[in-house]
Ligand binder design. Structure first.
Ligand SMILES: Cc1cc2nc3c(=O)[nH]c(=O)nc-3n(C[C@H](O)[C@H](O)[C@H](O)COP(=O)(O)OP(=O)(O)OC[C@H]3O[C@@H](n4cnc5c(N)ncnc54)[C@H](O)[C@@H]3O)c2cc1C
Ligand code: SF4
Length: 303
């Protein structure tokens, strides 16, 4: 936590080698990789800071200690969360990780309906995602070339496979080895055990639908953390199913639990929050982006 607060900056003349816009799953990974390769990195996030553990304000709160037992006032939903409430993970427990649709409205061309689920804060949607983590298989990269639709992928599964492994080892993906062509195995932690109902279902399902078979979902939860995960401050999952409120065990992969601590450990990361990137500053002489223009979310000041 110490490290996080000292990484926050508001105004600085420090030069950076790299600027990462956003702090969701993508931004967190970019910051970690850049910092670990020796680049002084600035992460610019339009939303508020969310501290691991302390800002998971509804974690462990029982329904009887929530107004309306965790259900939200229908009027508030209609006025402020008419889009975000369409997401199954949205509730009174998690509303702090979803945008307020009244304060941050958006429109689409010709006002076509589009449910844009957004979480503008440090961690982005890494706090609320469902953590299912499956590799694409070789066929996924080849099918459009084979059937002639769309644009062929410029890479194939084998190009990406080492990067899947790189990410999986750090994030921690639990699952079972199945040797299936269409769903390649990841670098797995132990799979979660089926419960009794699932075991009974599988017993009937597998023979009835062979060669299809029922397998455990592959998810970014630490069933059995490695030493590297423990060193990140992460602990085994308690399988208590309240993840989108935030997890103090750091048992599921999020920016807060995983990539941010790794980036901070290098001492090369700075984080500017409440800072909306307006545009990139482009230098035509060098053909490079040299910085970003930012609008302060709280003061509307430009810097
Ligand atoms: C409920 C739910 C369940 C999901 N389940 C799964 C799943 O099981 N498996 C799976 O693979 N995927 C899942 N997804 C999808 C997955 O969560 C997203 O694809 C992923 O989190 C996107 O990460 P991101 O970093 O690209 O974007 P985000 O997490 O949206 O992060 C973007 C960040 O950038 C910031 N930002 C945006 N614009 C600016 C700007 N101009 N200046 C500064 N900052 C800016 C935002 O505030 C935000 O913090 C799920 C999504 C949801 C909502
Ligand atoms: S311990 Fe496991 S089930 Fe519980 S909130 Fe954390 S990740 Fe989710």
């Amino acid at each position: 936590m110490e490290q996080v607060s000292s990484a926050y900056i508001k105004r600085s003349s420090e030069p950076f080698d790299a600027i990462v816009v956003g702090s969701g799953i993508t931004g967190g990974w970019a910051a970690k990789e850049l910092c670990e390769r020796g680049l002084r990195t600035l992460m610019v996030e339009r939303g508020r800071p969310v501290e691991h553990r302390t800002d998971y304000v509804t974690e462990g709160v029982d329904a009887w200690n929530m107004p309306n037992r965790g259900r939200m006032d229908a009027k508030v939903v209609e006025e402020q969360f008419h889009v975000q409430s369409k997401c199954y993970a949205f509730s009174d427990y998690t509303k702090q990780f979803f945008n307020n649709d009244r304060d941050m409205p958006y429109s689409t061309p010709e006002n076509r309906p589009f449910n844009w689920i957004r979480g503008n804060q440090v961690g982005g949607k890494s706090l609320t995602w469902a953590r299912q983590s499956h590799r694409w298989g070789p066929l996924d990269f080849e099918s459009n070339a084979k059937d002639g639709h769309g644009v062929d992928w410029p890479i194939r599964y084998d190009d990406l496979a080492p990067w899947y492994s790189h990410v999986e080892r750090h994030a921690g993906i639990s699952g079972s080895r199945e040797n299936m062509d269409i769903l390649p195995d990841s670098k797995f932690l132990e799979a979660f055990e089926f419960n009794n109902v699932e075991k009974a279902f599988k017993k009937k399902f597998d023979p009835a639908f062979a060669p299809a078979r029922m397998i455990m979902g592959r998810c970014a939860h630490l069933s059995k953390p490695t030493d590297a995960h423990l060193a990140q401050g992460r602990l085994p999952c308690q399988a208590r199913n309240a993840c989108e409120r935030g997890c103090s065990f750091g048992a599921y992969f999020s920016t807060q639990s995983s990539t941010l601590p790794a980036a901070l450990k290098t001492g090369r990361l700075r984080i500017a929050t409440n800072a909306i990137v307006h545009s990139a500053i482009y230098d035509p002489k060098t053909n490079r982006a040299t910085g970003v223009r930012v609008i302060d979310n709280e003061t509307m000041e430009t810097r």
